[in-house]
Design a binder for this molecule. Structure first.
Ligand code: BTN
Length: 269
């Protein structure tokens, strides 16, 4: 069983082989999100999928980099035209992507991953998947024209291959064993789920998303703009905003920002 990502390899696992029409596969790119953005500006169709076996400059949230080694990850970006997505905001598609990653992992690998708001996917206390959604403004309307949804999944990267600075916090689906499924199968499942996003309503997304959220009733560190504070995560609302209680008792609704937990590992122990 080779694990070379290919259009034919993906196509045989898609529910609708027509979905493979706009899939592009690269041996190497700086960033699939950057490539998707460039193609979106040049009017690439809705549903274009860009996959790379290796990213030399994988992008993370807040201008961070995303470790994207060759042959052991799935780096995939989708061009989504906003008029074809019926969600009320880009936050919903981001949350949906996190949910899709979890549900694909559960159905294909049998693991039970969890989500750290907004969209980090964790397994056994370590991050295994990150999601970066970027928007292109439509100059005429001033609204969002296209969304670039990028998903990075650490598939079979060995524990020892992660850089020292993220080794304690990042892992992959199969860090110590040979994966029983291929990346093609995994990619097909993700593509199916994302490109069928119109078939699920927002309420249902957040109901399923909330079940995976492992930070509820937990003390978290919030970073929102320049502000950093401790709080307890209480709930998420129907738009995906996180509701937190600050140490002074104030209740706050976060529609953006980042949360971290000091002891992720303890939760899973
Ligand atoms: C994060 O965890 O901060 C988000 C990481 C997103 C990584 C993916 S990999 C595919 C796509 N291309 C990129 O350059 N970034 C996203």
């Amino acid at each position: 069983m080779n694990d070379i990502i290919s259009i034919n390899g993906i196509k045989q696992h898609l529910s609708d082989p027509g979905l493979s029409e706009n899939i592009q596969i690269y041996q190497e790119l700086d960033s699939t999100n950057r490539e998707a953005k460039a193609q979106a500006v040049n009017k690439a169709p809705h549903g274009t999928v860009i996959i790379a076996d290796y990213q030399t400059a994988g992008r993370g949230r807040y201008s961070r980099s995303f470790f994207s080694p060759r042959g052991t990850g799935l780096y995939i970006s989708f061009i989504l035209h906003s008029e074809r997505i019926k969600f009320s905001s880009p936050t919903v598609i981001t949350a949906y992507a996190g949910l899709c990653a979890c549900e694909a992992i559960e159905s294909l690998c049998g693991f039970e991953p969890a989500i750290k708001w907004v969209n980090d996917v964790y397994l056994n206390g370590k991050k295994i998947c990150g999601i970066l959604t970027e928007a292109i403004t439509d100059i005429e309307s001033g609204g969002i024209g296209e969304l670039i949804l990028g998903i990075g999944i650490n598939f079979s990267t060995k524990t020892t291959d992660f850089p020292e600075e993220i080794k304690n916090r990042a892992s992959s689906l199969y860090p110590d064993s040979r994966p029983p499924i291929t990346r093609n199968r995994f990619a097909a499942d993700i593509i199916d789920r994302i490109l069928h996003c119109g078939e699920i309503d927002e309420k249902e997304i957040f109901k399923r998303y909330k079940k995976r959220l492992f930070i509820l009733n937990t003390e978290i560190n919030v970073t929102n703009g320049n502000e950093r504070y401790k709080a307890t995560a209480i709930d998420i609302d129907e738009t995906g905003s996180l509701i937190v209680k600050r140490e002074n008792g104030e209740i706050e609704k976060l529609s953006s920002g980042e949360v971290s937990i000091e002891e992720d590992i303890k939760y899973f122990a």
